[in-house]
Design a binder for this molecule. Structure first.
Ligand code: GLY
Length: 381
């Protein structure tokens, strides 16, 4: 049965699957239907699925796979576009820095056919941590290198060190610092000053109740080639203004991304602290292994996230203050993106071309809590 994605949006996955999940408080009634719940014959592949900022990357990865590239190499080439783009402040060069103004990057990757994985966390000075993660996978018996060790490894492998803090990101960081404490020695910017958050980068930032920008932005990309071999990668500069050394979900195999060549792949962008607790990418792949469609699997992971969220991060109706998105693709080319709130999109490239599609969601955009969103790493006493 093939039913339109439009019919699904609004999170009908659970009822259609006959699951007994319980509905998070305030979520839309689960009245939809499931798209592509049965395997696709013939398979829809090659196919690339990514967070929305990978719209150029999915096209690149699809083209590479068409020319015979390995699915992980293709996915990494796709995310390299964002890592090297100084206007994407969520990854690589130009990523927003930690609270000390230092850009620290996380990435991980998995290669389905060889069942290998690699990751780096809190690495500084290297614009393409996705490629360093792959080098860890290819050239070591380890899975993850962090911090100074990861950087030394990268330099030994021939990666070039560079200053990743662009002028735009430096100004955004300074603006955040000036607003931190009204009693400090920094003078706040004049009223109405959009600070350094103008231009293309501003669209990628969120703003807390004080107008201070922050982002959890990231890029995840999963690729399936014509044979059904799979690769997945996630790369990020992580939470802006984070405590130095903070590591999010992106470099954690099973959280930021996961790939099983028999089943499919999944990945995440958004609040890593929420995703880590449910190992969301692994969980999504496991749900798909149990027979759920990608939509069902991702909505069920999102529900698990909310069930595992502490009350300070939920409104009175149990809706999260934070953003978290998931993406998934099966070995036969079914796919989905999911978000807590209506309005998110994700990128996909297949025989129909590269495009953005709407994520399935749990809550209407109009139901999004207006209270101050999560903007920092400190829990106020
Ligand atoms: N998902 C990116 C992060 O939390 O670092």
């Amino acid at each position: 049965m093939s039913i339109s994605r439009r019919d699904f949006i609004g999170a009908g996955a659970t009822v259609a699957a006959g699951l007994t999940l319980g509905t998070p408080a305030g979520a839309q009634p689960l009245v939809g239907v499931v798209e592509h719940s049965a395997p696709v014959v013939p398979p829809n592949r090659p196919i690339i699925v990514s967070s929305a900022n990978g719209i150029r990357g999915v096209a690149k990865a699809y083209e590479m796979i068409g020319k015979g590239a390995d699915p992980l190499d293709a996915a990494i080439a796709g995310v390299n576009i964002q890592e090297l783009d100084p206007t994407d402040q969520s990854v690589g060069l130009g990523g927003l820095p930690n609270e000390e103004g230092v850009v620290q990057l996380d990435a991980s990757c998995m290669h389905g056919p060889s069942k290998r994985a690699g990751a780096v966390a809190a690495i500084e000075g290297i614009a393409t941590p996705s490629l360093v993660a792959k080098a860890v996978m290819d050239y070591t018996d380890h899975i993850m290198l962090v911090g100074e060790g990861a950087k030394r490894f990268a330099l030994e492998m021939g990666f070039k060190e560079q200053n990743l803090l662009t002028e735009q990101s430096r100004q955004d960081w300074m603006r955040w610092k000036r607003k931190l404490n009204p009693d400090d020695n920094w003078i706040e910017p004049p009223a109405g000053d959009s600070g350094a958050t103008h231009g293309a980068s501003a669209e990628k930032l969120r703003y807390d109740a004080d107008g201070v920008p922050y982002t959890y932005g990231t890029i995840n990309m999963c690729a399936v080639d014509a044979k059904g071999d799979i690769g997945s990668v996630t790369t990020t500069s992580g939470l802006s203004w984070k405590i130095p050394g903070r590591v999010g979900d992106s470099p954690i195999i099973g959280a930021g991304q996961y790939c099983d060549n028999e089943i499919g792949a999944a990945g995440s962008t958004g609040r890593g602290e929420a995703n880590i607790k449910v190992c969301g990418a692994f969980l999504a792949v496991e749900f798909m292994r149990q027979g759920m469609s990608p939509e069902q699997a991702l909505i069920r992971v999102m529900q698990r996230v909310i069930a595992m969220t502490e009350p300070r991060l939920l409104d009175e109706r149990g809706r999260p203050y934070f953003d978290l998105n998931y993406y998934a693709v099966t070995k036969d080319g079914r796919y989905a993106g999911a978000a807590a709130y209506e309005g998110s999109s994700f990128a996909v490239a297949d025989a129909k071309g590269a495009r953005l599609e709407s994520c399935v969601y749990l809550y209407k955009r109009s139901e999004r809590p207006t209270k101050r969103p999560i903007s920092g790493t400190m829990v106020k006493p």
